[in-house]
Write a protein that binds this ligand. Sequence first.
Ligand SMILES: *Cc1c(COP(=O)(O)O)cnc(C)c1O
Length: 425
Amino acid sequence: MQFQNSLSFAQSLDAADALAPYRGQFYFPQHNDRDVIYFCGNSLGLQPKNVAAAIEIELATWRNLAIEGYFKGPHPWLHYHEFLRGSLAQIVGAKPEEITVMNALTVNLHLMMLSFYQPTAQRYKIIMEAGAFPSDQYAIETQVKHHGFRPDDAIIEIAPRPGEKLISQEDILTAIEANSTSLAMVVFGGINYYTGQLFNIEAITAAAHKAGAIAGWDLAHVTGNVPTQLHQWNVDFAVWCSYKYLNAGPGAAAGVFVHEHYAQQTQLPRLAGWWGNDESTRFKMEKGFFAKPNASGWNLSTTPVFNMVALKASLQLFDAAGMQNLRNKSMLLTNFLAYLLEPLQKNIFSIITPDNEAERGAQLCLFFTKKGRAVYEALLANGIVVDYREPGVIRIAPTPLYCSFTDVYECVQIMQQVLQNTGEE
Ligand SMILES: *Cc1c(COP(=O)(O)O)cnc(C)c1O
């Protein structure tokens, strides 16, 4: 599309946007008596307006039915996590049996690695991205140590080439092939949180398999942002959180994908708990764990219903909007943002996120050699919620469910003033 740098053009894009009404389904923090421009859905999604009523339904079930709520009421709690599988399966491209919801992201990464990282003296190495999200680094480092290996020997980090910010796909594939006799696993973040780079999940997964390794993905920045086909791409496992693009609120229960090929293997090693046991024998309270033959076989504890209610409410919006429709709008929104930012860049900042829309999601990352933090603070003071990550990066993520083209236009207008005021223009 040929963009124009004007308010009326932004307004015409909003007028033509079939998803525009979804904005009305969310609460916005207020700044000077008007909605903030919220570009932080990559960190914490806004609260959908249907959440409070959904919580009240479960409060009423608890109030009126108490223990019976596990079997009766509108959404019997015994199966509550299963009510989320259908929508999540649509969003990530999976079968419902390949999806479960439990715990939080980092916990689930550990649980999945416990099942899928079975190192031997010969095959024990893990390939991951350099500059991965710290929690992922800690998880992988401690897993390796737990098995008695040295992180500096067992972990191979793929870094950008000298002077570059993005990781070359070719370098990833080359490293996988070069380590094919010792490689146990490839674990990547689907989108790097700092650069916004979207990796080719299908190609990297295929390369890992060719090398005889497992491919696991952290999709924290992908799920609800970019549609995937995890089943078709033969991803072995994936984990994600629910509070970023999925809008399920702080600390909401997190999602897991286990490919059916493994999900059906009830003998696969795992740390077990009673919620992963088949319901038919669960309440016999006997010895001997019988895993469910699906991703729920990894659930351990009683479903934390109140940590899932907001996710269920939010997923109704995803069902109605459609993940591919959201992605189509998202590409247009982010491309429009990139177009408007272009004339502002000069020597002040550079967009380090890939130019190609197929290699990024909603988020653009602006790298400032100096004054990044001052610009970030000035944006906040002007009612534009973005975030800042050391060193030097302001992340701007217009999410398609509740951000508009006019938001994007206004943000860049204010940014221009801010750059003038901070002496960057
Ligand atoms: C947000 C994020 C996390 C956070 O993990 P929690 O266990 O939910 O705190 C981990 N990894 C990545 C890549 C993330 O983007």
